[in-house]
Design a protein around this ligand. Structure first.
Ligand code: IVH
Length: 695
């Protein structure tokens, strides 16, 4: 009534100024507008209600056509009355303008990862740890699917979605609000409830349902675009698009499974939180089970494994969570993962297929590896066409021949492997062990230890390509724009004959190569230049010295500080360094002697950086063994801290050991220390010794 009076006055004013014919007409218009507004509100509520029935309860009450009718009516009304449009309207999910890039968002509560188990025994060990920490208290678990998508944090303020951010590194993620708004399963406004916290961060998984994934890849194939390897990649790729209109067509969905920042508690435990989520209109996976004991958890895990193929979304295991929040708080988290939850991964999926041919690849140190080319087969959400056979002994042991039917397995998301021959082909062609290198045709020989066969030609181009790929790779020089295809071309064209040649490349050398224009050439040169000041440890690792991996490179870098010092060290000095040992020492000396020229040439361009380490002598002369899982430090970090404080980090417990620093699940080394009467310290005591509180 009040608003009608207001409109009446407004109508009168308009009349007086001559903009409306009469006060009565203005009044009529105002009433009409009010009715339109009401209808708009009614339609929005109805649409939200149907979204809820569809996405949260899984019980749609109307057909798609009826839903579309409501939606069209709303859109038309808003189109003719644009002043009534509000950002929370269901029509406003897709923003018209593409983004320039993604802003970053700092998570108020870090988004952690999760530790994994693979069998009942490991689940029992998890339960054992929980029980130990909770003492005599009773506790229970919640078991749910581990959805294989992409973690997202939704921030609702006063019930309205304000930000959606990816996990990123757990501390800072990307602001993907525009894209997440297009996901119909994500409510733009929560159902009002007086008890809803002003700030409510909802964590969950954005995923692509399998039918949408299959359809998307079909369309991409038709358009000549590369297929997504699995639904997770497709979901991640779709959320990272700058144009939300494309994301809107990708049919992503969402399940909520946890909270982040909350201005007040939502519930006392996880199970209640999930129920509350549903009431607020947030979709929660419908398979959630409470379990009173670890035996119940194990039964659920084992029985759910059979349901897996029937689901319309990809999962990569199950998640087991301690239910009560007060108990979750007691259990806390390590730097990486909470101690109150764990995932259970199903035994690796297997598939059968046929070996079409066997190739031999040459690696960076000349090792020849047989690789099976397979008839394409689906395995754990990816299409598999190749599988490593590791080495020729393994190939003989498996007795794999071309034409055979084999069982392949993908353990822990790694490269697929051939497990066994299921059936020999009628004419199975046995594989002949090569006597020459498949890349350069020169002679090969078996290693002294008798497992690997190596190409003996130091100038083999196949080896060179692999060495370059490794050198430029992520953990080494990290040269972003120097991909596999470009390396192949550079070698084929004779532009790069050894690692230092990369630094002699000029833009003009690159232009004219396949897919290489001005801009790309510029980017490659810039990326190479960026690696001039790479860390010393990474440069050592990049050389690909046999037996020297990233961790040993780190130890060498810390010990010597520069190539000058490293190259001056003899075998004995090297072997005496903790964790280097005689085999690595020999290999390093051989490399330095044979490849001196390569290192010197690289140093014309490179200026390897060695961060100054703060040294102390707090542990001078002490030999310390680190064992088990620490809370605040990785084992490498603890060992590094020991060395920086003048101590020796050893890996074997003996009478000469001064202390054993033991973390969680310390095993035989702790036993041995106790037997020998060696002092055992915990992480806190260790940090106290160094004069550092826990970080
Ligand atoms: S709870 C770890 N519940 O798994 C902190 N996570 O490997 C609490 N995930 O980044 C997460 N399904 O993206 C939780 N039902 C579920 C989940 C789930 C999938 C993902 C999540 C997380 C990753 C950790």
């Amino acid at each position: 009534m009040l608003s009608q009076i207001r409109w009446f006055f407004l109508g009168s004013i308009l009349h007086l100024t001559g903009l409306a014919k009469s006060a009565q007409q203005a009044y009529k218009l105002a009433v009409m507008a009010e009715n339109v507004k009401k209808r708009i509100q009614q339609l929005r509520n109805e649409i939200r209600e149907h979204d809820y029935l569809y996405y949260v309860l899984n019980q749609p009450k109307i057909s798609d056509q009826q839903y579309d009718k409501l939606f069209t009516e709303l859109r038309e009304l808003e189109r003719s009355n644009p002043s009534f449009i509000t950002p929370d309207s269901p029509t406003q999910r897709v923003s018209e303008r593409p983004l320039e890039g993604f802003a970053t968002v700092r998570h108020a509560v870090p988004m952690l990862s999760m530790d994994n188990t693979y069998n009942a025994e490991e689940l029992r060990a998890f339960d054992e740890r929980v029980r130990k920490q909770l003492g005599s208290e009773d506790y229970d678990y919640v078991v749910e699917w581990k959805i294989d998508g992409l973690a997202i944090s939704l921030r609702y303020e006063n019930g309205e979605l304000v930000t959606a951010a990816t996990r990123g590194d757990g501390i800072v993620g990307d602001d993907v609000t525009a894209n997440v708004r297009t996901i119909k399963a994500v409510p733009l406004v929560l159902f009002s409830d007086s008890k809803i916290p002003d700030v409510l961060e909802v964590r969950g998984e954005v995923y692509m349902p399998i039918p949408s994934f299959v359809e998307l890849n079909k369309l991409r194939a038709e358009a000549g675009e590369p297929a997504f390897a699995n639904p997770r990649n497709a979901a991640a790729g779709s959320l990272k698009l700058l144009d939300a209109k494309i994301t809107a067509g990708r049919n992503l969905s969402f399940f909520a499974y946890a909270t982040g920042e909350l201005s007040k508690p939502l519930a006392a435990n996880h199970y209640q939180t999930l129920q509350k989520f549903k009431k607020l209109g947030l979709p929660v996976n419908h398979e959630i089970k409470q379990a009173g004991t670890i035996d119940e958890v194990i039964n659920i895990c084992l029985s759910w494994g059979q349901k897996q193929p029937k689901l319309s979304y990809h999962i990569d295991g199950m998640v087991i969570k301690v239910n009560r929040f007060d108990q979750q708080d007691i259990l806390g988290a390590t730097g990486r993962a909470p101690r109150w939850c764990i995932s259970y991964k199903f035994p690796a999926e297997r598939a059968e297929t046929t070996v079409e041919s066997i190739d031999v690849q040459v690696g960076k140190s000349g090792i020849l590896t047989p690789v099976a080319n397979l008839t394409a087969v689906q395995l754990s959400g990816t299409t598999v066409k190749r599988a490593s056979l590791h080495n020729f002994d393994e190939l003989n042991r498996l007795n794999v021949g071309v034409g055979d039917t084999v069982v392949i397995e993908k353990a822990g998301e790694i490269i697929p492997q051939v497990i066994e021959v299921k059936a020999k082909a009628a004419v199975s062609v046995p594989f002949e062990i090569p006597t020459i290198c498949p890349s350069c045709g020169s002679a090969v020989a078996k290693d002294e230890d008798g497992v690997y066969i190596r190409c003996q030609n130091p100038d083999c181009l196949g080896q060179l390509k692999e060495r370059l790929k490794y050198f430029a790779g992520r953990g080494q020089m990290d040269i972003e724009n120097l991909g596999v295809a470009l390396i192949e071309q550079l070698v084929e064209a004779g532009l790069v004959k050894d690692l230092p040649d990369l630094y002699k490349l000029r833009k003009e050398d690159l232009i004219g190569l396949d897919r290489m224009g001005e801009k790309s050439a510029d980017n490659v040169i810039k990326a190479i230049e960026k690696s001039y000041n790479q860390l010393f440890a990474r440069v050592i690792a990049g050389l690909g010295i046999r037996h020297v991996g990233g961790q040993s490179a780190q130890i060498l870098a810390e010990h010597f500080g520069s190539f000058g010092e490293l190259m001056g060290a003899d075998e004995q000095t090297l072997a005496a360094i903790d964790q280097i040992g005689p085999i690595m020492a020999k290999s390093i000396c051989e490399y330095v002697t044979n490849e001196k020229k390569r290192i010197e040439e690289l140093l014309v361009y490179l200026n390897p950086q060695q961060p100054k380490l703060k040294r102390s002598n707090k542990l001078m002369g002490k030999t310390i063994v680190v064992t088990g899982t620490l809370e605040n430090l990785s084992r490498q970090q603890a060992q590094q801290a020991i060395r920086q404080a003048g101590g020796k980090a050893s890996s074997n417990v003996s009478k000469k050991t001064d202390f054993v620093l033991a973390g969680r699940e310390a095993g035989s080394k702790l036993d041995k220390a106790q037997k020998l009467g060696v002092k055992v310290i915990n992480e806190k005591q260790f940090l106290d010794m160094l004069g550092k509180g826990p970080s």
